[in-house]
Write a protein that binds this ligand. Structure first.
Ligand SMILES: [Zn+2]
Length: 198
């Protein structure tokens, strides 16, 4: 059976053929908007990833506080060997610098990427996986190697994930079924062979 993997969403999917990494259910993290809360880490053994976490230059507490909380979560990601799902708004250079400086072993997904190809290539060079949703830069979507691309709906209620797969498959000249298989491979790489949770 063909599954559509949604790599980052805030809703439990209703469709049976969707496998979703649901924020809060399958992952745990402190969103930068809530970075002024005290960091209390629960038992994370059942979680696939740390996140979403990151930096937001437009919302939330001071950048200094956000970075402090983000660093704690990077540390957690390394200690627990779980990848990181990153929210990044107006903080592109900081996130890039952190990955280059800290040289983490875990994979990082920069989710909801809408940047231009130049930014995309900086991310790819630094080893990031890049999350694409409905709102994306066309050129970047075409330029991103499929093996570094993760598809996601995030908070978008208007478009089911299968629609995004059809859209991206069309733009990349792939059959949707092939794209599904390639995303399943990316899941296994990103989650280091964790079985896909259906
Ligand atoms: Zn999100």
């Amino acid at each position: 059976m063909m599954n559509y993997i949604d790599f980052h969403t805030h809703q439990v999917p209703a469709d049976q053929d969707v496998v979703a990494v649901v924020d809060g259910r399958d992952t745990w993290g402190i969103h930068p908007w809530k970075a002024d809360e005290e960091l209390v880490v629960p038992d994370l053994s059942g979680k696939l990833a740390i996140g979403e976490c990151g930096l937001d230059g437009l919302r939330g507490p001071s950048m200094e506080r956000q970075e402090e909380v983000f660093l704690q979560q990077i540390k957690l990601s390394e200690e627990l060997e779980k990848p990181l799902i990153i929210h990044c708004v107006k903080a592109f250079d900081q996130i890039l610098r952190l990955r280059k400086e800290l040289k983490p072993k875990q994979s990082w997904m920069l989710h909801g990427f809408r940047g231009k190809p130049q930014q995309l290539h900086s991310l790819l060079d630094a080893g990031f996986f890049v999350g694409f949703g409905y709102q994306h830069n066309e050129e970047s979507l075409r330029a991103c190697p499929i093996e570094r691309m993760l598809l996601e709906t995030d908070a978008d209620e208007g478009h089911p994930i299968c629609e995004l797969y059809n859209n991206v498959a069309g733009k990349r000249g792939l059959e949707t079924t092939t794209l599904c298989e390639l995303m399943a491979e990316n899941y296994r790489t990103f989650y280091k062979n964790e079985p896909i949770r259906t």
